[in-house]
Design a protein around this ligand. Structure first.
Ligand code: 3H9
Length: 678
């Protein structure tokens, strides 16, 4: 049957296919459910219902995806148009069957619209999910009440509280999707499905279903996931709503959902998480580079160094299907490195995180070699050897002779001067920093260090490549430690001083963990190795850390560092460390005093914010939100505090300034003018 009588109103158009009304949304980029889309949908559904010649209604979307959710940009602003929950009710109440035809990602409010429909069909590549929890929210358009009624408590908890989407097939297996249709024939298959169900009565409405309480599923869920949800408000609110779906009427459950949703929406955690959603996307934009800058093709990547870092870096590209040549100096080190990579892939496959053939596929793209000369055909070469300017200069001098014209040369240095490295080449425009975070195949952050002469298309190419390997890239300028490690320095200095003045490692770490960091500075030192940097001059005992290193207290790997560890690496406070600290205090004539937690916050966290403000002032970061992205994705800053700069702003600049002044720190200008928050 051919379509006729197409009507268009803003982002919504309707097409008649015989007695089926097809409502199509077209609101790029992701068909977010903004006011115009909601109003258009309501009008179209109502028109379909009012037309007695229509026997079924199909809702689908043009472009890359079904509705990707409520329009996050509208949050916090006065509501316009029909509220989303009401729209979903209108759809569900339709006496004419409504079918959702899903491709791309039906997320959040998009999934809730689908749940309001009476039937759902989806293409195999489609994903359905309720990721609101990742924005510090919960599905607030009836999702917490409909999903458990449709798929049961256990599956609903996983989707709502963890926020991970499911595939079309998994959705079909749990009853969320009625039929998986052809990948390229969604429009036609949805029509055929609509004709099949048009006359069926009663019309299935999710709100009419019942779901029994399942305390065992809730307890099991908490047991498995409780730890990683620590500190977040939204997961608990989600659980409350799911429980309500099992114990209360649909209407009463909706009231619980509304109340919980509004509380989250007005809280600071969701504001922080929504800030990060946009911050992550903004980070990819480079202020002074045209988005249309042509990119250099990257068909093969070279990695120098097959240690933990080099191997991890190489895995990112292999996983994305980009061939890699990896270079080591000794056969043994090369074999060891590639062996670790294979075992990492195999472990992921064994856990079901990768398909069974993934390890062979990825490793098949790897060419290990002992010769730098083999990098001649690479479009991007990343050096990941140890941090020594002389060694790096030597490598870049050699690369300059080996690499083909137009190849991008990158260093993975975490603090060395990229301009100085670039200067040994005759192609300074092709050089930049790519600072990966360990483990490089897991951590999402990539600091892309822009040298004074880095060419715009080189920078743009690497930013685009970062997205391809699923990293969140942030542009940093050349300064000691770039953004992340530079801000770590004042924290470290103050943490060490606080020990001398009377604090204990346990107290300082406790304050950081209570704040929401995965660990405190001393726990981090024990994990990374107390001996880092000490081996170059092992005779030196200038501070507490040196003293620990000199005694072989190198951290977790030795069972002793700032803490004592048992075989399971559980830490306990160490009497020996307390003695060492006492000795140092005595030697320096320091009299310990009681240190308050507030002082620790001011001296170790406010000082980081202050350094962030200086970084912005010097133009070493493009915007405050980039700094937040670095700390959340690279260092485990608690997501629900939005990153250091967002946190400082929500604390109040005056409070931060007062804290810094109380302990005698010169306050960065930007904190006073507000520039530090832009
Ligand atoms: C919700 O639904 C609440 C309800 O339960 C209750 C209400 C009462 N809104 O990520 P991309 C923009 S909460 C506004 O780069 P991809 C995004 O900013 C919502 N804008 O593409 C970017 O803009 P720009 C629950 C949105 O292909 C552009 O679209 N839903 C929204 O890598 C492209 O995005 C979610 O949490 C939105 N909802 O990934 C889903 N979504 O070009 C959030 C995207 O200016 N979205 N934008 O930078 C996503 O997960 C991904 O964007 C998606 C596409 C997977 C859809």
């Amino acid at each position: 049957m051919t379509s006729h009588s197409i009507e268009r109103s803003g982002p919504i158009r309707t097409e008649r296919e015989g007695d089926i009304l097809v409502i199509v949304a077209d609101s790029p980029p992701v068909n977010a459910l903004g006011a115009a889309v909601r109003d258009g949908l309501e009008a179209a559904v109502k028109a379909g219902v009012a037309d007695s010649s229509i026997s079924a209604i199909v809702i689908r979307c043009d472009g890359r995806t079904f509705f990707a959710g409520a329009d996050i940009g509208e949050f916090g602003k006065p509501l316009q148009g029909i509220p989303l929950p009401t729209l979903v009710d209108v759809i569900e109440a339709s006496p004419t069957p409504v079918i959702a035809a899903i491709h791309g990602t039906a997320l959040g409010g998009g999934c809730e619209v689908a749940l309001g429909c009476h039937y759902r069909v989806a293409v195999p590549s489609a994903k359905l999910g309720t990721p609101e929890v990742k924005l510090g929210l919960l599905p607030g358009a009836g999702g917490t009440q409909r999903l458990p009624r449709l798929v049961g408590v256990k599956a609903a908890l996983e989707m709502i509280v963890l926020g991970n989407p499911v595939s079309a097939q998994a959705a079909a297996d749990m009853g969320l999707v009625d039929k998986v249709v052809g990948e390229d024939t969604l429009a036609a298959d949805a029509l055929a499905f609509a004709r099949e169900v048009a006359g069926k009565r009663p019309i299935p409405r999710v709100r009419d279903r019942l779901v029994a309480p399942d305390p065992a599923a809730i307890e099991a869920f908490r047991k498995t996931h409780g730890r990683k949800l620590r500190g977040f408000d939204a997961p608990e609110a989600c659980i409350t709503c799911v429980v309500a779906a099992t114990e209360q009427s649909f209407e009463d459950g909706l009231a619980v959902e509304r109340e919980q949703f509004m509380a989250l929406m007005n809280g600071t955690q969701s504001a922080a998480q929504r800030h990060l959603f946009f911050a992550e996307r903004k980070a990819a934009k480079i202020d002074d580079i045209d988005a249309a800058t042509p990119l250099r093709p990257i068909k093969r990547v070279g990695v120098i160094g097959a240690g933990t870092m080099g191997g991890g870096i190489a895995m990112n590209f292999l996983s994305a299907g980009v061939p890699v040549t990896i270079v080591e100096m000794q056969q043994e080190a090369l074999d060891r490195g590639t062996g670790v990579m294979r075992r990492n892939y195999e472990a992921s496959a064994a856990k079901g995180r990768l398909p069974a053939d993934a390890p062979d596929k990825a490793m098949g793209l790897l060419s290990p070699t002992l010769s730098l000369d083999d990098l001649g055909d690479c479009d991007l070469i990343i050096e990941a050897v140890y941090e020594d300017m002389g060694v790096k200069k030597d490598i870049f001098t050699r690369l300059d002779a080996i690499a083909k014209p137009g190849a991008i040369l990158a260093s993975n240095t975490s603090y060395l001067n990229i301009d100085e490295i670039a200067a040994v080449t005759k192609r300074t425009g092709d050089v930049l920093g790519m600072h990966f975070f360990s483990p490089a195949n897991v951590m999402k952050l990539l600091e892309v260090v822009r040298g004074r002469q880095t060419a715009p298309d080189v920078l743009a190419t690497v930013m685009a490549l970062a997205k391809k390997i699923r990293k969140v890239a942030v542009v940093a300028g050349v300064c000691d430690g770039f953004i992340g490690n530079r801000m770590l320095m004042p924290r470290q200095v103050e943490a060490n001083k606080l020990l001398m003045e009377g604090a204990t490692p346990e107290q300082i770490d406790r304050v950081h963990v209570a704040f929401g960091m995965p660990m405190g500075p001393f726990q981090m030192a024990d994990l990374a190795g107390v001996d880092i940097g000490w081996h170059r001059d092992p005779g030196r005992i200038e501070n507490i850390r040196d003293a620990l290193a000199a005694e072989g207290r190198w951290g977790q790997k030795k069972g002793a560092g700032f803490y004592d560890y048992d075989e399971k690496r559980n830490p306990t406070p160490s009497p020996r460390v307390a003695e060492i600290i006492d000795d140092f205090r005595a030697k320096e004539g320091a009299t310990p005093r009681a240190i308050s937690d507030d002082e620790i916050v001011a001296r170790t966290l406010y000082t980081m914010v202050n350094e962030g403000a200086l970084i912005l002032e010097e133009g070493m970061a493009q915007r405050a939100s980039d700094i937040d992205v670095v700390w959340v994705y690279g260092y485990g800053w608690p997501v629900y505090r939005g990153g250091p700069m967002f946190w400082a702003q929500s604390e109040g600049a005056e409070k931060v300034i007062a804290g810094l002044e109380r302990y005698g720190f010169p306050v960065a200008k930007g904190l006073k003018t507000g520039e530090a928050f832009k």
